[in-house]
Design a binder for this molecule. Structure first.
Ligand code: SAH
Length: 211
């Protein structure tokens, strides 16, 4: 089956599974996932599954990328921080929906490859940095939205600090990989938060910088 046919099937699955935001569906249509997966997985680029990257990391399942983008309620003027660039795919999707995206990756090779893919595709509003995403990217904050693409017990405090009042943060929260929940936290005042649960998910763990 051709890739564009597979992409249409992915889009109907996303609609069936609760992705209703038209801008998110358009972004999922427009960003070529096949450019972000390893060459050997190109034919599977639009299957609704996570796929392997190098360094034991994965490119997230399309449904989860779309769900995270949807619950962030992005506006075209928003500045977004992503922790965990991986392939750069989710950052590219967020880049279609927001003004600027700043994404941090702790594995140097992945950061380099993602930055190359993004440059090759002519995407100019997605900025990749190699470093520890637990610290956020303070120089470019504050952010209207923060997506954490790896799981952990709690939200790193630096990320809370870099979230603007009115901003939204989405992150898989939970003690072990099997019992994470996708949680959205809305910063309603300097020290006031509102939390919503979007159900069970499974992500690789958020780890401190190593390289
Ligand atoms: N959003 C990615 C998938 C991310 S998988 C995509 O669309 O392809 C999670 C990524 O988070 C991995 O690449 C992992 O290396 C990275 N990561 C884990 N802990 C991190 C940290 N503290 N700072 C930055 N990146 C981190």
């Amino acid at each position: 089956m051709k890739l564009d046919q597979q992409r249409d099937e992915m889009l109907s699955l996303l609609r069936q599974r609760g992705i209703t935001n038209q801008a998110v569906l358009q972004a999922m249509h427009d960003v070529p996932r096949e450019e972000f997966v390893l060459a050997s997985f190109r034919d599977d680029a639009y299957a609704d599954s996570a796929l392997p990257l190098t360094h034991k990391q994965t490119i997230s399942q399309p449904l989860i990328v779309a769900l995270m983008a949807q619950v962030l309620e992005l506006q075209p003027s928003d500045r977004v921080l992503e922790v965990g660039t991986g392939s750069g795919y989710a950052a590219a999707v967020l880049g279609q929906l927001a003004k600027e995206v700043y994404t941090v990756e702790r594995i140097g090779d992945l950061a380099i490859t993602a930055a190359e893919t993004i440059r090759r595709l002519g995407i100019r509003n997605v900025h990749v940095r190699f470093g520890d995403g637990l610290k956020g990217w303070p120089e470019e904050g504050s952010y209207d939205a923060i997506a954490v693409a790896a799981g952990g017990d709690r939200v790193p405090s630096a990320l809370f600090e870099q979230l603007a009042v009115g901003g939204r943060l989405v992150m898989p929260l939970g003690p072990v990989q099997d019992s994470q929940k996708l949680i959205r936290i809305r910063k309603v005042g300097e020290d006031r938060y509102k939390e919503d649960d979007f159900g069970g998910v499974r992500f690789v763990p958020l780890l401190p910088e190593t390289d």
